[in-house]
Design a protein around this ligand. Structure first.
Ligand SMILES: [Zn+2]
Length: 239
C-alpha cells in the first residue's frame, strides 16, 4: 500500500514554529548524547534551513528544545561557511550604544516570517562549543557572521530578536505579530511547501534580490554583502 510507504518516509524538512510557540520562549536543554539521533536532527536542520533560504536555524525553531544550531554564511573569519554548533557559548564584544541603522542592521527570523527590524549587535564574538561528533570547536566571528551567531544563540535561551528591539521598532514588531495573528501557540510554516514569507518564490519580481540572501553571500565571500539592501529597503537575511 502506498499509504504504508508514505508513513515510513522521512520528512527531512521540518515545519518552522512561529513566535508564540512556547519552545521559542524558554531556554533549551544541553545536548547530552552525540549519537545518530543528533546527526539526524542536524541533517534535518540543514535541509530545513536550505529550503527556507535561511542563514541560520536553531533546533527550537523546529520544535526541538535542544542547544544547537546550524548556519550557512561565507565569512571573513576563516570559518567553514556551513556548520553546526552544539552547546555553544558566546563571548561578546561591547555593543555600541547607538541607534541601529535600518538599512544595514535589519535582522529577520524564520520564526517571525516576512518581518525585518533593526537591532544593534556586537561586532565580534568568540564562539565555543562542539561539532556533531562531540569534538570541541572554537572560532571568532565578525560582522554579519557575528550577528548570526548571536541571533542563533539567543534562540537557545528563549529569546527572539524581536524581544531585543528598542522603542518604535519594538512597538512595530509587536503590532506586526498581532496583525498576523501570531503570538499564540500552534502557528508553523513549512519551507519549500508554503509560500516563502521572505519572497524567494518571486525572485524575478524583485530587483537583484538574488544577490542579497544567504545563497549568494556563500558564493562571493564578501562580508560587505551584508550591508546591501533590497528594493524594499530591508536587508534580506534571517535565521
Ligand atoms: Zn531566528
Amino acid at each position: 500500500m502506498a499509504g504504508r510507504g508514505w508513513l515510513t518516509l522521512r520528512m527531512p524538512v521540518r515545519p518552522v514554529v512561529i513566535v508564540g510557540e512556547p519552545v521559542l520562549h524558554r531556554p533549551s536543554a544541553r545536548v547530552e548524547g552525540f549519537d545518530d539521533a543528533l546527526r539526524r536532527l542536524v541533517a534535518d536542520l540543514y535541509e530545513t534551513m536550505d529550503a527556507a533560504h535561511g542563514v541560520g536555524l536553531a533546533a527550537p525553531q523546529v520544535d526541538v528544545p535542544l542547544r544547537l544550531f546550524v548556519y550557512e554564511m561565507v565569512n571573513d573569519d576563516d570559518v567553514p561557511a556551513r556548520g553546526v554548533v552544539v552547546n555553544p557559548m558566546l563571548t561578546l564584544s561591547r555593543i555600541a550604544d547607538e541607534r541601529p541603522d535600518p538599512d544595514i542592521e535589519s535582522e529577520g527570523c524564520l520564526s517571525v516570517p516576512g518581518e525585518h527590524f533593526p537591532l544593534k549587535r556586537a561586532d565580534h564574538v568568540t564562539v565555543t562549543g562542539f561539532d556533531a561528533d562531540g569534538e570541541p570547536l572554537r572560532f571568532e566571528a565578525t560582522g554579519w557572521f557575528a550577528r548570526v551567531m548571536q541571533h542563533e544563540f539567543d534562540h537557545l535561551n528563549g529569546l527572539l530578536y524581536v524581544d531585543r528591539l528598542n522603542g518604535k521598532w519594538s512597538r512595530r514588531a509587536k503590532k506586526a505579530v498581532r496583525a498576523s495573528g501570531w503570538g499564540t501557540p500552534g502557528h508553523t510554516w513549512l519551507p519549500g511547501v508554503d509560500v516563502d514569507p521572505f519572497g524567494h518564490d518571486d525572485v524575478d519580481d524583485v530587483h537583484d534580490l538574488d544577490n542579497l540572501h544567504g545563497d549568494d553571500a556563500r558564493d562571493d565571500g564578501h562580508e560587505g554583502r551584508s550591508s546591501h539592501v533590497d528594493a524594499t529597503g530591508h536587508d534580506d537575511r534571517r535565521a
